[in-house]
Design a protein around this ligand. Sequence first.
Ligand SMILES: Nc1nc2c(ncn2[C@@H]2O[C@H](COP(=O)(O)OP(=O)(O)OP(=O)(O)O)[C@@H](O)[C@H]2O)c(=O)[nH]1
Ligand SMILES: [K+]
Ligand SMILES: [Mg+2]
Length: 447
Amino acid sequence: MTQDTIFALSSGAVPAGVAVIRLSGPKARFVMNKLIDKEPKPRFAALRYLSDPDSGDIIDQALVIVFPDTKSFTGEEAVEFHLHGGRAVVKAMLEILGRFEGCRLAEAGEFTRRAFENGKYDLTAVEGLADLIQAETENQRKQAIRQASGAHKSVIDGWREILLQARSMIEAELDFSDEEDIPGAISDVIWPKLRELKADIERHLSKADHGERLRNGLTVVLAGHPNAGKSSLLNWFAKRDVAIVTEEAGTTRDLLELHLDIEGYPVTMIDTAGLRESDNVVEREGIRRALEKSENADLLIEVVDGTHPEERVELSSHARRMVLFNKQDRIDSDPFHANGKGDDKEMVFSASVKTGKGMDFLYDSFVKQIESLFDGAEDVLITRERHRKYLLSCVDNVNNSLIYTESPIEIRSEFLRQAGDELGKITGRIDVEEMLGVIFSQFCVGK
Ligand SMILES: Nc1nc2c(ncn2[C@@H]2O[C@H](COP(=O)(O)OP(=O)(O)OP(=O)(O)O)[C@@H](O)[C@H]2O)c(=O)[nH]1
Ligand SMILES: [K+]
Ligand SMILES: [Mg+2]
């Protein structure tokens, strides 16, 4: 079965200074030579007129680069055209390419899928590429580029190697089991090694939250009684008036999300409706949503009107909590002596959003909380639920092989084979057809 040759606009929306159209597949060079008069040296950019092969009309003057299959992104023959980024230029070029037999527009992620199928990347690197394109903050970018460059694959392949070695030693023991010379010797080596492997994977699993958080961003929820100053606080973080602030209790009803970049970490801050008993249907729905968000928050900032410090809210959230006694400007002295007191689970602050007093301290503590929630996330191996699932299953299998000491060695070895297969699913060595569609569809057309 011969592959289609695929093409797409790989750069951003037109009009733009330059538009890059990619062409990849068995007919890539053939098609290119129909459009230009002289083939450029491989991997060197050359300026060429592109003309319509049917009418002879010149379409554009462009830089043309041809990549042999061994040196291309996709692992097959490929060509890039760097055209002027006008709508009509791009449209004409795509129309002409589509006229060639066996050439068609690429689907979302299809170039990357071919790169994967041709062994240029493993699945973790592909996921890293997808994340790199989506990355919005500096630390997300760092995590993604590490993964895209194969850092995850090499760790996982290292683990697989240990499992393979253990199994081959068990095989060897089985082959020589009637010889008296080596009893026990192999077991002495492999089981401690497998215990280490298990501990190593478990260490990574224990940090899984951090990695997934960095990919998805973490959620900070502002909660408290009406009029405590939640929306004022959101506006303070935003440095602009995103939320409506009035002296009327019950102003905020809908959830309002603000995306922040805190020292390179992605944070979504959510303003919510003030919590109180209410007969109003709209407000009650707002309160229901506020409670729901609070439960799933990574960090809660409870805002309390400092002139009514007894007005605290009951929240069944496991999230860490910062409590801000606001409106300090209305209180003669600071009755709480509160700033920064408390423990890891709940820290107490006294400040005034309105005058800004105490807010720098609150902000610094907030940044520290965020940093500790992400702590070392860039180096974490697990960035997706998928990784966590297979690693857990791998650990289970390694564990089974360790604890079933009374079982025949063949069975213990079989657990190790399964453990290795789980790792193979992460890198895509083991058949994972059903999830490929999901992974590649996250890319845009042209990647
Ligand atoms: N004096 C003083 N007033 C403040 C301070 N912070 C907020 N306010 C005022 O308190 C009132 C309520 O503020 P909001 O930010 O709307 O309070 P909220 O918690 O979002 O209220 P709801 O959305 O109704 O739950 C407004 O009139 C604010 O100007 C502060 O530090 N000092
Ligand atoms: K209000
Ligand atoms: Mg509000």
